[in-house]
Design a protein around this ligand. Structure first.
Ligand SMILES: C[S@@+](CC[C@H](N)C(=O)[O-])C[C@H]1O[C@@H](n2cnc3c(N)ncnc32)[C@H](O)[C@@H]1O
Length: 115
């Protein structure tokens, strides 16, 4: 959403394309990676297999909107939330794990869309 971060992500993507993609196994070389400059609440989630949200700083209204948007996910899709949780019964809680971030340890909550 923030232009500076978007432009930085495109620079890092160029480095990835030059330095990393050529050394990937063939199957992984075919995968595409891109960044969108916009509001994730306006994206179509219906074909997504997995949603990752680095949601530590997301306020309550944003979490509610994200959870509502994730209702359009297909059954079996996974959602990974850093620090925050979902409340709806449409998401089965799978596990909680701690991962090191640059800023410290973070709790990641794993969900599966059930209906
Ligand atoms: C904790 S930062 C994560 C940055 C980076 N994606 C990462 O995983 O390290 C959360 C990011 O979510 C972005 N964000 C918050 N609401 C958004 C929205 N509605 N659409 C797109 N990005 C949003 C913020 O601008 C911020 O950059």
């Amino acid at each position: 959403m923030l232009e500076d971060l978007y432009l930085e992500s495109k620079k890092i993507l160029s480095r990835y394309e030059e330095a990393i993609r050529p050394i990937l196994p063939d199957a992984k070389k075919q995968q595409t990676l891109d960044f969108l400059h916009g509001d994730f609440l306006e994206q179509d989630f219906s074909s997504a297999d997995m949603i990752f949200a680095h949601s530590t700083c997301f306020h309550d209204e944003l979490m509610t909107a994200l959870e509502r948007r994730c209702m359009s996910l297909k059954k079996g899709a996974k959602v990974l939330l850093v620090t925050k949780t979902f409340q709806s019964a449409f998401f089965k809680f799978l596990k909680m794990e701690e991962y090191p971030m640059t800023w410290g340890k973070a709790t990641v909550n794993f969900y599966e869309k059930v209906e």
